[in-house]
Write a protein that binds this ligand. Structure first.
Ligand code: ADP
Ligand code: MG
Length: 371
């Protein structure tokens, strides 16, 4: 079920367009770029792009799925190590000799093709020691090993370890490792990496940045048409136009519409059903965000609702908030709240105009007053 397969894609033939981004990534891999950032809103296809490009390279690679930490307030070093070592297992299958090298690291054991923490030992391996060994192995093979961290902004929640010095060390010294970080919460990822902070370990390091945008209007229609044509269905143009006006050019929502329409028919009713489903998903994600930030939760929602209701400038949003709360709010605090929402990807700021980039979130705020 190529284009409309709801899972992240891993084959180029199932991926609509993204030629430029794929070639940028391929170039980054060829050059073993130390740090690649793959950025875009939720559901623009970051995981798909990463999987497709890794599938096409013959370099050894792994993806560490940091989404598993999404609902957590914080991550312990042990929790991270567990996920990290398990993810590295994929390397063992094709990396001859690597498992012997890794099994010598204290605190790690190799069971078949599985890399695990050795719980019988008190010692925890350091991430650096693991990465050094991978680098050494890669150097001997004359290869570059690609390590992807999907939704890497989650790593900002790590406690009990300073991860940035580790990343800086990898960047500077482990030349046969290329790190790819994807991020939906772009500002959060930058806040975490601190590439522009003179006092931070990664300061001044150059990253290869690849941004995934929404599909344009024409691309969105074309994507839907092509997806249906794979099943010999000629979808009515008016319905496709309606779908795109509701779901915008967000690949994930368009894919979801295609997926359901294949079984239920290409109708406006299915557009509405998909909108309902999408709103439930977005509500869940937004609630997760708020749950970790209980103190400002009410204000975040008021700000987003103001923007949804077309109050789009700093001062008009602020006024909206002050009218509802019946009191003044300091410029500093207000600006901070706005910035947090932008950094998390719920808001977008262009030429001092604030907008909600995800049409589903916008409709959710307009339709459901009780959030
Ligand atoms: P992200 O990682 O950015 O949240 P995903 O890669 O998980 O996005 O994609 C979200 C959904 O959209 C998935 O169902 C995926 O199959 C689909 N999708 C994203 N980009 C494309 C594309 N270029 N062509 C086809 N399907 C896509
Ligand atoms: Mg993803």
């Amino acid at each position: 079920m190529p284009l409309f397969d709801p899972r992240p894609k891993s084959n180029r033939r199932d991926l609509y367009d993204r030629e430029i981004e794929l070639s940028l990534l391929a170039k980054g891999f060829r050059e073993c770029s130390p740090l690649i950032l793959l950025l875009g809103l939720r559901r623009t296809g970051k995981t798909s792009l990463l999987q497709v490009s890794l599938n096409e390279t013959n370099l050894p690679n792994v993806i560490v799925n940091c989404r598993v930490f999404e609902e957590k307030n914080s991550i312990t070093y042990y929790e991270f190590l567990e996920v990290f070592t398990r993810s590295l297992s994929k390397l063992l299958k094709r990396a001859r000799g690597l498992s012997d090298l890794l099994s010598k690291v204290k605190g790690i054991k190799v069971a078949g093709f599985q890399l695990e923490l050795d719980t019988s030992r008190k010692e925890r391996p350091t991430i650096t020691s693991i990465l050094e060994i991978i680098n050494e192995w890669a150097m001997n093979q004359g290869l570059c090993v690609i390590i992807g961290f999907d939704e890497a902004q989650e790593l900002a929640k790590l406690r009990g370890i300073r991860i940035l010095p580790v990343l800086a060390y990898v960047y500077d010294h482990l030349r046969n490792i290329s790190m790819v970080f994807t991020g939906s919460q772009i500002g959060m990822l930058y806040r975490f990496l601190k590439l522009h902070d003179p006092n931070a370990p990664l300061y001044g390091r150059v990253a290869l940045e690849i941004r995934l945008n929404k599909f344009s209007y024409d691309q969105s229609i074309d994507f839907l048409e092509k997806g249906f044509l794979e099943y010999g269905i000629r979808a009515p143009r008016t319905i496709l136009e309606h779908a795109v006006s509701v779901l915008d050019g967000i690949p994930g929502w368009l894919t979801m519409f295609g997926y359901y329409a294949l079984t239920k028919g290409v109708t406006t009713r299915v557009v509405d059903e998909v909108l309902e489903k999408a709103m439930r998903m977005v509500l869940q994600e937004y609630k997760n965000y708020l749950r970790i930030r209980p103190i400002a939760a009410k204000r975040y929602t008021l700000i987003l609702r103001a923007v949804a209701e077309n109050h789009n400038s700093w001062s008009s949003i602020k006024r909206y908030l002050e009218v509802i709360e019946g009191k003044k709010i300091s410029d500093y605090v207000f600006t901070q709240l706005l910035r947090n929402l932008v950094d998390a990807g719920f808001l977008e700021k262009k030429n001092n105009i604030y907008q909600i980039p995800d049409p589903i979130l916008k409709q959710l705020l307009l339709k459901h007053k009780h959030i």
